[in-house]
Design a protein around this ligand. Structure first.
Ligand SMILES: [Mn+2]
Length: 307
C-alpha cells in the first residue's frame, strides 16, 4: 500500500461535553508536535488548520440534548471537510474536540466507503460505549451518543449527516477498553449486536488477543478508521480528559493496540478526541497521544529481531 498524504483537521469544540476545555485540544496536540511526528515517517502532512464553528453557550439540555444546534453545525462542517480530504486521496486526522465530532468524521468515512465499495471497520477506543440516547442519558451531553447516532439511533439532524441512515452498521464497529457502561446501554448494545471488548475481557485474554479479534476479517479492501477517545487510557498516564475512569490500559497495552493497527497497513482515517488541556499536567496527555499516533504510523517502541 502506498502511503497516503495526511491532512490534519482541527475541531476546537466542547459543545458535546459536560466539562469545558476539549476545545483547546487541537492546539495542545500541535504543540506536542503532531505534525512533525507524522512527517518523520516520510509522509506528506498538510495542516488544514481549525474548522470554524459555534462557541459553547453552556446551556442545559433541551428535550434531552445539550447544544443540539451547535453540535449539528460542527458535525456538518466536519463531515464536509473529511469528505473532501478522503475524495482527494488523503488520510484525514481529526484533532478534537469532544467525541461528538465522530458523528461527522465517521459519517463522511462511511459515505466514501459506500461510493468506493470499500469495507469499513471502525475501532472505537474508549472508556465508555458512547451509546446513549436522549431517553437514557440524564445529562444530554452528545459526546455520550456518537456510536448510537452513527448506528441510526438518535435525532435525524445527527443521524442523517452523511446522507445515509444508518451511517454504519453495528457489524462495522468494535468497542475496545470499555469500563463504564450503564445498564440500559449494556442491554441496547447486546440487542443490536455491537462487539464490545471491555476491560474485563482485556484483563482475561490480554490486549494482543483482544486486538487480534477486533482486527479479524480486515483485508486489502478495508478502510480502517480509528476513533481514539483519550479517556480510553488509564488516568495515571492520561490525566488530561474530563471523563476519566480508573482501570484503563497501561502505556504498553495502548502502544500494542496502535502497533497492531499499524501492522494491518489499512489505517485510512483517525479521530483523536476529548483531550482537555485545562485538566492536563504540562501537556503530558497530549504528548502521550502524539506518541501513540507515532505507533499508529509504524514506529515500533521495541527493536524486533523477528519482523
Ligand atoms: Mn468517547
Amino acid at each position: 500500500m502506498t502511503a497516503l498524504p495526511v491532512s490534519i483537521i482541527g475541531v476546537p469544540t466542547d459543545v458535546g461535553a459536560g466539562t469545558r476545555g476539549a476545545s483547546m485540544g487541537p492546539e495542545a496536540l500541535r504543540i506536542a508536535g503532531i505534525v512533525k511526528a507524522i512527517g518523520q515517517f516520510g509522509l506528506a502532512v498538510k495542516d488544514c488548520g481549525n474548522l470554524p464553528g459555534p462557541t459553547n453557550p453552556d446551556l442545559p439540555a433541551v428535550d434531552g440534548f445539550r447544544h443540539m444546534s451547535e453540535v449539528v453545525a460542527w458535525n456538518r462542517s466536519l463531515h464536509d471537510a473529511v469528505y473532501v480530504e478522503l475524495r482527494g486521496e488523503s488520510l484525514p486526522i481529526i484533532l478534537g474536540g469532544d467525541h461528538c465530532l465522530a458523528i461527522g468524521s465517521i459519517s463522511a468515512v462511511a459515505r466514501r466507503c459506500r461510493e468506493t465499495g470499500k469495507k469499513l471497520r471502525v475501532l472505537w477506543f474508549d472508556a465508555h460505549a458512547d451509546f446513549n440516547t436522549a431517553t437514557m442519558t440524564p445529562s444530554g451531553n452528545i459526546h455520550g451518543m456518537p456510536v448510537a447516532c452513527l448506528c441510526g439511533y438518535g435525532p435525524s439532524r445527527l443521524t442523517e449527516i452523511g446522507g445515509h441512515v444508518p451511517a454504519i452498521s453495528p457489524q462495522e464497529i468494535r468497542l475496545i477498553g470499555i469500563r463504564s457502561v450503564d445498564a440500559g446501554e449494556k442491554c441496547f448494545l447486546a440487542e443490536i449486536g455491537i462487539e464490545v471488548f471491555d476491560m474485563r475481557y482485556v484483563d482475561e485474554v490480554g490486549m494482543r488477543r483482544t486486538m487480534e479479534q477486533a482486527l479479524a476479517g480486515i483485508c486489502s479492501e478495508t478502510h480502517l478508521h480509528v476513533s481514539l477517545d483519550v479517556d480510553f487510557l488509564d488516568p495515571e498516564i492520561a490525566p488530561g480528559v474530563g471523563t476519566t475512569v480508573r482501570g484503563g490500559p497501561t502505556y504498553r497495552e495502548a502502544q500494542l493496540c496502535m502497533e497492531m493497527v499499524a501492522d494491518t497497513g489499512r489505517l485510512c482515517s483517525l479521530d483523536i478526541a476529548e483531550l482537555n488541556p485545562a485538566l492536563d499536567r504540562r501537556n503530558m496527555t497530549a504528548e502521550l497521544a502524539v506518541d501513540l499516533v507515532e505507533s499508529l504510523f509504524g514506529k515500533s517502541t521495541l527493536m524486533r529481531m523477528h519482523q
